[in-house]
Design a protein around this ligand. Sequence first.
Ligand SMILES: Cc1ncc(COP(=O)(O)O)c(C=O)c1O
Length: 570
Amino acid sequence: MEQAIALSAAGLLAMAAFIPAARSRLQLSRAKHPSLRGHAHLAKRLAKLVPFYGFDDARFFDSDGVTADVAQQRRSGFERLTRLLQERAPHTIRVTEQIESGISDLQFTAAYRVPFQYSAYVKAHLKVGSLMLESAGVLLKDLDGNVAYDLTGSYGVNVFGYDFYKECIEAGAERVKHLGPLLGSYHPVIEDNVRRLKQISGLDEVSFHMSGTEAVMQAVTLARYHTGRSHVVSFCGAYHGWWDGVQPGVGNPRAVHDVYTLSEMDDATLRVLRHRTDIACVLVNPLQSLHPNRGASGDATLLGSDRLAHFDRHRYTAWLKELRAVCTARSIALVFDEVFVGFRIAYGGAQEFFGVRADLVTYGKTLGGGLPVGVVCGKARFMKRFRTDRPSDICFARGTFNSHPYVMAAMNEFLRRIDQPSIRSTYDAVEATWTARAEALNARLVREHLPVRVAHLTSIWTVLYATPSRYHWMFQYYLRGEGLALSWVGTGRLIFSHNYTDADFAAVAERFVVAARTMKADGWWSSPPLSNKSIRRQVLREMLASRLASIRRPALAPSPVERSDRTAPL
Ligand SMILES: Cc1ncc(COP(=O)(O)O)c(C=O)c1O
């Protein structure tokens, strides 16, 4: 009897211990975004199952099941575009091809410009160059002397125009030339940088690094050190650089066990933050306000028209305020990763734009005045890397090139210039200017019955598609054909610099509309009735067929456009 009582007491105790753990686990599951991006392990497993298959000449133009007439229309348009791009830039394309096998990054970007089914055919025929010779104003010039309006924004570095950064680099180099590339000791120019960064960020201390990725690594490491907790919360779809410690899921071979990828703008996430005791910091990339819970958009994943984006300043501000409150209450470090949006959306970046203060802020890109940089600004209690009472308890961070004199000097030119009234005052109009431009372009696209729209966060734009089609990614080539320079993610990101005048923008808008008109006339949007769901089903069927074919024909050597030994991201 006594034994039975003791056993049931032990059972009850075990259950009492188990119930909170189970509740906490359930809370965590609920806070994950229902999409595959919210489930990193599953996404990785599924990605491994995606077989490579590609459309050859026979299937490339009618993979959505259009009539032979429309397929022929597309083929003629494709051939015209191929000739145009090739005849316009033969030298640029030739040199790009020559260097590609030696540059891993170029091989990757060239392979992932469009959905993988179309990639080999596009690469073989619709060639684009990856070299430029000059920049001036808002224009870029390639090796053949062609000029194009720059919509690449240099990955977001270019906020004020390339000439501005050339001046920062040149004037900065002049100021530190007598010290040269000495590292370890600082050039005195650093003092003014620190003073200005403290004032702009409203934070106590600054550390300098060589890239945004390193700045994020440092912020996360410091948060762990000071809280004594293990886990990082990042939001579904958010990019924080390429360190595998914050990028669980597809694209990251390391199994990451100390990151919770949670759903953004979601009460379930707040509940997790309120209850768990292992969270060191929450990483926010404010650019996600344009497409919460969705990844940075690129044309390689543009299967149908399911790219969604819409910026709602009011709702995102309310979300950040809630996050701020819960992080304060639970002593979790709130980290704003402003590597992209800092010094672009407002003088004081996202903190100023949304009126919410973070504990740690990372900057990079444009802050280097055109040179590579990463910066962390933070509250003193998070920035200190040692404890005076425990001398062996340190948080190690170095980096040979941190505070390089040339970078510090270019940064100082940048910070001093943007503080001048002539530039600083331009921030007042940033949101209104780019919203007016986006709205005007959208109104024109609607008037012309073109199935394309734009969404934006100030000068960071993405292209949306109003009707389902499997060929939206072709639009990037029509835009290039009209003399608009895009980065490898195509229409996923158009990044404008703020020196675009109304006349420059009008020229871009005109070319944008002409590109859409031409693409429509060439039949790419003349699909049979499709929905995003039916497109996904089509793709799934193709994948299954390709898998089955590879099982049936194991001994056959793979053809160039149908290689089952490769996998592609979802
Ligand atoms: C928000 C954000 N964080 C971090 C990074 C990484 O910066 P970097 O490419 O300089 O390492 C980026 C780069 O795009 C970014 O957008």
